[in-house]
Design a protein around this ligand. Structure first.
Ligand code: ATP
Ligand code: ZN
Length: 225
């Protein structure tokens, strides 16, 4: 059973944001008992429940008010917000804190043999991506007529498979691009992990808890500097 008096925090279950998010919760004094394969984990010392989900689901859970807080990458957050705005669905949230982990960039990359000469090189091209909204916004802002091709995975093989001329994907070191015969042409979005809260007021006891946790996050981040 879920208890609505407990602060509900959405965290990526498994992936690039999980370890750091859980480490941060631990560092601010939230003790957790996490059992494999369960969607929900309870804090043993504070009225907090964790929802352990795919990162793609976190913005929506917060925007729908199902989770009170969420740890999420700005790339995923912004993509979901644009998608919901386009569909006239609730897309509100409050940004509590920009965090120091999960850094990456969303870039357009092209095959080594692609003759990239600036944005006009993408005119009329197909660009495979998991972030069609962020890509569309960038193309519109820069007056480029290119078509996003939505793929949820294996984006980096799309040019070789003849599905697209270029890709728009997350990059940190560039090793994956290189391994697939691609190079980074242009960065379109920079991202880090953020802590967000649902829109509107929290119940009083939850707000008090958030008010004690936030300064601790600031403390942990300052200690790292
Ligand atoms: P899930 O199964 O939860 O959907 P996923 O495969 O979508 O996982 P991960 O690869 O774990 O996601 O990445 C989660 C987030 O981590 C990204 O959306 C991004 O904000 C951040 N991130 C940081 N560095 C990288 C990187 N090098 N490549 C991809 N994502 C990165
Ligand atoms: Zn995901």
């Amino acid at each position: 059973m879920t208890d609505s008096t407990r602060l509900r925090i959405a965290v990526q279950k498994k992936g690039r944001l999980s370890d750091e998010s859980l480490k941060l919760l631990k560092a601010i004094g939230v003790k957790l008992s996490i059992r494999d394969r369960l969607l929900i984990a309870h804090s043993t010392n504070l009225p907090i429940d964790l929802l352990l989900v795919r990162d793609d689901d976190i913005p929506g859970l917060v925007m729908d008010g199902i989770a009170d807080l969420g740890f999420i990458g700005e790339n995923e957050l912004e993509e979901k917000m644009l998608e919901r705005q386009a569909a006239n669905e609730p897309a509100e949230y409050q940004l509590l804190k920009r965090l120091e982990y999960g850094g990456c960039r969303l870039s357009i990359a092209v095959p080594n043999e692609f003759d990239y000469k600036g944005l006009e090189s993408f005119e009329g091209k197909r660009i495979a991506t998991t972030y069609p909204q962020l890509l569309k916004r960038y193309l519109q802002e820069n007056n480029v007529n290119a078509s996003p091709v939505m793929l949820t995975g294996s984006v980096e093989v799309a040019p070789r498979a003849g599905i697209a001329d270029a890709i728009c994907d997350l990059v940190s070191t560039g090793a994956t691009l290189e391994a697939n015969g691609l190079y980074e042409a242009i960065e379109i979005f920079q991202s880090k992990a953020v802590l967000i809260q649902k829109d509107g007021a929290l119940e009083e006891n939850k707000q008090e808890l958030v008010d004690t946790l936030l300064p601790r996050i600031n403390g942990v981040m300052q200690a790292k500097e």
